[in-house]
Design a protein around this ligand. Structure first.
Ligand code: BEZ
Length: 211
């Protein structure tokens, strides 16, 4: 069965462009983002890896480690790294897993045989400090992902992990959030001293509590 939200992210040992890693040990106590690429030396993947390298500082600020995967061997990844820097202006600054036997790809269900028998789709897994899967997204090979969206989701996940709130459509860090329905109005007055406005009894906005 496909990995689902709340499942423990499977552990594995793999070769990467930054040495051999044991995934859970490498994650440590923080957040993680594992994402797959269909193949080395492909145009969309090249742009994505440059972009994640550009955004690496933003992931660091959120205590989130990033790691890519492509089902090609390490020697191929190492040659591709030069192209990524040339083409995007950003050197790869996080590990890229070499998975030529598709061990990790199979563990995470990154190959969707009815889309392609051998290449991975563009999977994203956000993993929490408890090693559980908090988000999965699957894109087709032909569509590059929006990694600003992954950062936005991490902001939401980190906020909702700490407070009894959810985040509304298109929310960005700093904007008002929603008080979850399980919190009564009476409790909300205590929990959210900045106050709240009720559009409906079940739709109550409050300023972001950690700001
Ligand atoms: C790409 O990264 O450009 C790509 C990879 C596989 C299929 C289509 C596009």
């Amino acid at each position: 069965m496909a990995l689902q939200l709340g499942d423990v992210a499977p552990d594995f040992t793999a070769e990467t462009t930054q040495g051999t890693i044991s995934f859970h040990e490498w994650l440590g106590d923080g957040w993680g983002v594992l994402f797959s690429h269909p193949k080395d030396f492909t145009p969309v993947c090249t742009t994505e890896l440059g972009e994640v390298s550009r955004l690496k500082g933003e992931f660091d600020k959120r205590n989130a480690k990033v790691i890519g995967l492509s089902v090609d061997p390490l020697e191929s990844h190492e040659r591709w790294m030069g192209d990524i820097a040339d083409a995007t202006g950003h050197s790869l600054n996080f590990p890229l897993i070499a998975d030529p036997d598709r061990k990790v790809a199979d563990l995470y269900g990154m190959i969707h045989p009815n889309a392609d028998n051998t290449l991975t789709v563009r999977s994203v897994f956000v993993i929490g400090p408890d090693k559980k899967v908090k988000l999965t997204i699957t894109y087709p090979a032909s569509t590059g992902r929006n990694f600003e969206e992954i950062l936005r989701v991490i902001d939401s996940l980190q906020l909702t992990a700490g407070y009894s709130v959810a985040t509304p459509v298109n929310w960005h860090d700093g904007e008002d959030v929603i008080i979850v329905p399980a919190v009564s109005d009476e409790d909300a007055k205590e929990k959210f001293p900045k106050g709240f406005r009720a559009i409906k009894p079940y739709l109550r906005y409050t300023p972001q509590p950690n700001r």
